[in-house]
Design a protein around this ligand. Structure first.
Ligand SMILES: Cc1ncc(COP(=O)(O)O)c(C=O)c1O
Length: 443
């Protein structure tokens, strides 16, 4: 398909307030959405074959835990840590000579930006990326390493996109939408061709969903070759724009909240992505943040894989019990990215441990006489529970003045070990409160 881009010249600093009418993304026209075809995906696969890794799709150690014959498509192993390179490389290879010389501009929370910067660097195409203020630091730094012009502007993706579109007009740069440009969608679909070669008799493929480009590309390729394979989209409860589109039968603006799945934080599904995928997907699941944290923890502990929140959503849906109909079936999870800030990873692991019942917070009211707190600590030690933090409170305790409330954060082996601790404390003390656990079984 031969696409043309509208462009005009202009000048002046980017002002978010006067860009309202300037959003010019001619290949993503809500009035005339495009439907991407299987042929475009196969030609993308041919074009990008030498510049993109055919990543492994391996049987998972989590198969027993989940009760599924689980396979993991490890696309976080691409050079920049995400599948986004597929579409980015294809879109850049499809530019004509003149467009290549002038360069491209993209707006992205990080993975698309990194992919465009890296392949622009390899193909010698100048790249400008606009990243919103909330983009993870690690992703911003990586883009700079690829010698791109990195602009940090806009509170969210919608604002960053406005800035990018304005720059596209002013500087005659080709704007590459990260989830709705037809070449991007076709490029992302190439992953499905690999999966179907790598694993036979697949029952379902679970696809993390943000703007919908990956879901659209995957669903076209899969439904053409194996229409019986179920396509299941997953998004975070904090950015459920595809579910909103399904409810309203068209892409709908959906407010975004901070999420561990930052790669999925797109407020409106792409119009081409929606048009392409809406009749091809079998189910859409919305997952809780704590399940995403737990999934990240499981990937690290069981698979030795660092997967970012967006890429862990498929497992989160399974751990949430939202895909129980797939038990006993052969299921492929797409691990779409692995770019997570180390600080966020640390917080994620703590949340995952808490969600797993292994990091526990409790309050126990004990005697304020000498030895009262030490007796409590000995009890923890007696069953092998390790204390991480102890804080005691005297002033705001409502029971007698000879009592002190002790708040303890501790690590246990597993949920049952935490239950054992709760029963032990309840057998020795009158006032025991565990956060996120049911009350004690007192007689
Ligand atoms: C790691 C990761 N997974 C999944 C997605 C979702 O892709 P799409 O926006 O095409 O739905 C993204 C988007 O940036 C991502 O970065």
């Amino acid at each position: 398909m031969d696409y043309t881009y509208a462009s005009s010249s202009g000048s002046g600093d980017v002002n978010l307030n006067d860009t309202e009418d300037l959003v010019d993304d001619p290949l993503c026209n809500p009035e005339k959405p495009l439907r991407i075809t299987f042929e475009e995906i196969t030609s993308a696969a041919y074009k990008i074959r030498t510049g993109i890794k055919n990543t492994p799709c391996e049987k998972s150690h989590l198969s027993d835990l989940t009760g599924m014959d689980l396979y993991l498509k490890k696309d976080f192993q691409q050079h920049t840590g995400s599948f986004k390179e597929r579409g980015a490389r294809y879109a850049m290879l499809m530019l004509n000579e003149d467009e290549r010389k002038r360069g491209v501009v993209a707006a992205s929370l990080g993975n698309h930006a990194q992919a465009v910067c890296y392949h622009g660097y390899l193909l010698n195409i100048p790249v400008t990326v606009v990243m919103p203020l909330i983009a993870p630091i690690m992703k911003i730094q990586k883009c700079r390493e690829y010698k791109a012009n990195v602009i940090i502007e806009g509170r969210d993706m919608a604002e960053a996109k406005k800035v990018a579109c304005k720059l596209s007009k002013e500087r005659k740069l080709t704007y590459i939408n990260g989830y709705d440009h037809p070449h991007i969608i076709a490029g992302q679909g190439t992953m499905a061709l690999e999966i179907m070669e790598q694993v036979s008799d697949i029952d379902a493929i679970v696809v993390p969903t943000g703007g919908g480009g990956l879901l659209a590309g995957i669903s076209v390729a899969v439904k053409m070759l194996h229409p019986n394979i179920k396509i299941i989209g997953v998004e975070s409860e904090r950015c459920s724009s595809y579910s909103q589109a399904m409810q309203n039968n068209c892409p709908t603006f959906t407010p975004i909240e901070g999420t561990l799945a930052d790669g999925l934080a797109v407020p409106e599904v792409g119009f081409n992505a929606w048009e392409t995928s809406k009749n091809l997907i079998d189910k859409l699941v919305v997952v809780k943040e704590e399940s995403i944290a737990l999934a990240i923890l499981r990937f690290i502990e069981n698979e030795k894989c660092v997967v970012e929140g967006a890429g862990a959503c498929g497992l989160a849906a399974i751990l949430d019990g939202q895909l129980d109909e797939l038990k006993g079936k052969r299921v492929v999870l797409i691990l779409s990215g692995g770019n997570i800030d180390t600080t966020i990873l640390g917080r994620c692991l703590e949340r995952g441990l808490a969600a797993d019942g292994r990091l526990v917070k409790c309050k126990v009211t004990v005697s304020d006489r000498p030895g009262g707190i030490s007796e409590l600590c000995k009890l923890f030690g007696s069953i092998g529970v390790s204390i991480k933090d102890v804080i005691h409170e005297r002033a705001w305790v409502t029971s007698d003045v000879f009592s002190v409330e002790v708040k303890v954060v501790c690590e246990t082996r597993d949920y049952n070990h935490s239950m054992e601790l709760r029963e032990l404390l309840c057998s020795k003390y009158k006032i025991v409160k565990f956060e996120n656990f049911p009350p004690c079984n007192r007689n």
